[in-house]
Design a protein around this ligand. Structure first.
Ligand code: SF4
Ligand code: MG
Length: 320
């Protein structure tokens, strides 16, 4: 199958200047990330905070301008689009944010926020927009009589539902979910997760699902990319990643989540030290300063993503 979106060699570097504006290095927020999205499938993007997951998601919508790379959608490179063409992308690709409080305008009635999205994208007549906004709200579990209320009158979970309805209003093909449940109470999280699953079915959506929470990503995703310090270090179908993690960083991440069967024992792999700064990150393999298997080669040579088995890719010299 052909991908619906192809991201190639994506980089976002910020120049860092020192005294008198002297350049002293680069903050490499995203450094050479590549992945494909497939229709109606979910790719999970997982990693600790600050690893570049959100920046990766935002560049696709050009909310952050990439430094380098390509994002091919419908035969065009999103990173080169302007004006109307870019506007069309922002209809097809929608984003759901971590904090619906900051993405919804506090002074705008929720129904109107959804109507406005349709208006921006020239969907329907005024009457149709109102009808459809009510339908969409109902679909996400918000009653029709709530149409004229303001965001602050809703709970966090309800606001996230409204954010989802608003994203759906544009008739998107792809939805980038950036930590969509991280700000919610644990008791509410599974409701919103299941809603996202339902609407994916109903609206034939493709997801890029960004989260630091491995169990949420596991539940949502068909396949997963693991990020560390701005780079993708491993990529595999979900079951394969959880049963045969190959990258030492992935192995450490997975060893930290409790096993469902308490009789089975697994050794917790503790990685030494803290995540290094993304400003002038380590040479060679970015993980070498913390990796228990690091060698001289790891300090000097950056490992490239290599195919191990069908659909399982890893960037590590141990698997050359
Ligand atoms: Fe560890 Fe070397 Fe593999 Fe990097 S390339 S993860 S340092 S073994
Ligand atoms: Mg983030």
């Amino acid at each position: 199958t052909t991908p619906i979106l192809r991201v190639k060699n994506l980089k976002k570097h910020y120049p860092i200047t020192g005294l008198f504006g002297r350049p002293v290095g680069h903050l490499k927020a995203v450094d050479g990330v590549e992945f494909d999205l497939y229709e109606k499938k979910t790719m999970g993007l997982v990693g600790e905070s600050g690893c570049g997951k959100s920046t990766t998601g935002r560049t696709i919508l050009r909310l952050v301008e990439p430094t380098e790379g390509e994002a091919i959608y419908k035969g065009k490179d999103i990173f080169k689009l302007k004006g109307k063409d870019l506007q069309a992308i922002r209809k097809d690709i929608q984003m759901i944010f971590q904090d619906p409080h900051s993405s919804l305008n506090p002074k705008q009635r929720i129904g109107h926020a959804i109507v406005e999205t349709m208006k921006i994208h020239r969907i329907g007549s005024h009457k149709e927009r109102i009808e459809r906004a009510k339908e969409l709200l109902l679909k996400v579990g918000i009653r029709e009589d709530q149409f004229d209320r303001y965001p602050h009158e809703f709970s966090g979970g309800q606001r996230q539902r409204i954010g989802i309805a608003r994203a759906l209003a544009a008739n998107p093909k792809i939805v980038i979910c950036d930590e969509p449940v991280s700000a919610l109470d644990v008791s509410i999280q599974s409701q919103v997760i299941n809603l996202l699953k339902d609407i994916q079915e109903n609206f034939n959506l493709t997801y890029l699902f960004i989260s630091h929470d491995l169990s949420v990503v596991r539940y949502m995703s068909d396949y997963i990319g693991v990020m560390y310090l701005g780079q993708l270090v491993e990529k595999a179908p979900t079951d394969e990643l959880f049963s045969h993690p190959l990258h030492p960083y992935t192995q450490a991440l997975l060893s930290a989540i409790p096993l469902p069967n308490p009789k089975r024992k697994r050794e917790r792999i503790i990685i030494k030290g803290d995540i290094p700064s993304p400003i002038n990150p380590p040479s060679g393999c970015v993980f070498h300063t913390r990796c228990p298997y690091s060698t001289k080669r790891c300090e000097q040579e950056r490992p490239v993503m290599k195919k191990q088995t069908t659909d399982h890719f890893v960037a590590c010299h141990l698997h050359d």
